[in-house]
Structures are given as C-alpha cells and as structure tokens.
Design a protein around this ligand. Structure first.
Ligand code: IYR
Length: 227
C-alpha cells in the first residue's frame, strides 16, 4: 500500500558494528569466497521449500536501497502447480519464438556457452517461482499516482539482495527473463502499473545438476583504482 510521503525528517541513532580491521578483512574474504560459489542453476529438485523460508528471502530482497525509499517492487511467490504450469507454457511459447527468429545470430552465439534453449522444465520442477515486478508509480487509496524514482536500479538491487539471500541460505536460483514477459502481468492478475522484471525459480539443486563451464572476470578486468 502507498505510504504517505508528507513526513518530516526524523533521525534515529545508527547501531555501528565498529569491528577491528582484521575482522573486517576476514569477513570480506569469507563473504567473497561464499559468493564465488553462487551459480545460476537450471536443474532443480522438486523438494519442497516451506513458505516461511521464501518469505525471509523476500524480506532480504525488500531490504535493498531504493530511490527515495519508495521500495517500488512486488514479489509474487508462486508454488501452485496450476500457476506454474500456465507460466511454463506461456514462457515456452515466447521463448520458442525468440530462439527461432527473434534473437539475433550474435545473441544466439553469445548464449551457446550457456547451453540454453526454449525449453523451460524448471518452471514446473522448482518448488517456487518468485516473480519480481517493478512499480513504475504507486497508487494511493484514492487512485492517485505517486512517482517512483530510479525504479530500474532499485528493483535490480532488490533482485540482487534476494539472489544473495537465496545463495547464503543454501538454495539455488536462476535469473530467468522470458521475453516478452507481459504474460506474467496477465496470469498473476497484477495491476497495469506493475511490470514484470525477473522470473526467479528457487529451490534445491537436482542431485545430478550441472552448470556451464564459464569463468568470471578477474579483479584487474573489472576494477580501475584512483588512489
Ligand atoms: N530469455 C532466454 C534467453 C537468454 C538470454 C540471456 I541475455 C541469457 O543470459 C540467458 C538466456 C532464456 O531464458 O533462455
């Protein structure tokens, strides 16, 4: 629900961790080591994940910073087999068209190392599909529009926080982008000012899951220092 923006500035104390540098260093290293193990996975187990766990993961996603603290996102969490089946069917129809003509030759060549195709069985196997919507504006109870800011950036951050939480919890996820994605607005009955942003299957990995043999860039490749 829309929160009234006409609130004055009010500050409260911030609880600083105040850790020694060595502790900060070892925490940075350990966190990085853990995050380097994260992989996008396409092979899920059908082992159930209780709803309370998904809610915790969503609340970590929703703790992300956002433009003017508007939190311009909705997380739809789908475990209903009927909904998952409809989503898979609609996604595969779009993906089939994408892989058979809509995507450029260059795009298809770029995807070859990932081993993807139009088939998306994981949309039914994974116990949960979390679909993040971006809210281009908010509506208050009188139907008045209220602007959101940096919506793309904000929702990208929320998705990143969510994926991090999934990984830290010991679960796996895929950032899936069936294109176009408007069928999700229709199937999930979302209002027109909410646009699908990412479809993220979440669950346990299949016992025989594999991942593409690809590498991440090095620190030198992604960093420029100005000291
Ligand atoms: N949406 C398609 C294609 C796809 C596109 C990119 I960029 C990827 O990194 C992976 C897949 C699909 O999900 O297969």
């Amino acid at each position: 629900m829309y929160k009234n923006a006409d609130e004055p500035y009010k500050a409260i104390p911030f609880e600083a961790a105040g850790l020694p540098e060595d502790e900060v260093r070892s925490r940075s290293r350990e966190y990085h080591e853990g995050m380097e193990k994260r992989r996008s996975l396409r092979f899920f187990s059908d082992r159930p994940v209780p709803r309370d766990i998904i809610e915790q993961l969503i609340m970590t996603g929703s703790s992300a910073p956002s433009g003017a603290n508007k939190q311009p996102w909705t997380f739809c969490a789908v475990s209903s087999p009927a909904f998952k089946q409809q989503i898979r069917q609609a996604a595969e129809e779009e993906e089939y068209r994408s892989y058979h003509g809509r995507m450029s030759e260059e795009w298809l060549r770029d995807l070859a190392p990932l081993g993807t195709d139009w088939r998306k069985p994981f949309l039914e196997t994974a116990p949960w599909l979390v679909i993040i919507f971006r809210k281009i504006y908010d509506l208050d109870e009188n139907g008045h529009k209220h602007t959101n800011y940096y919506v793309q950036e904000s929702v990208g951050l929320a998705a990143g926080f969510f994926l991090t939480a999934v990984h830290q919890a010991g679960l796996v996820a895929l950032t899936h982008t069936p294109s176009p994605m408007d069928f999700l607005t229709r199937l999930l009955g979302r209002p027109a000012h909410e646009k699908p942003f990412l479809l993220i299957p979440v669950g346990y990995p299949a016992p025989d899951a594999t991942v593409p043999d690809i590498q991440r860039k090095s620190a030198d490749e992604v960093t420029v220092w100005y000291e």
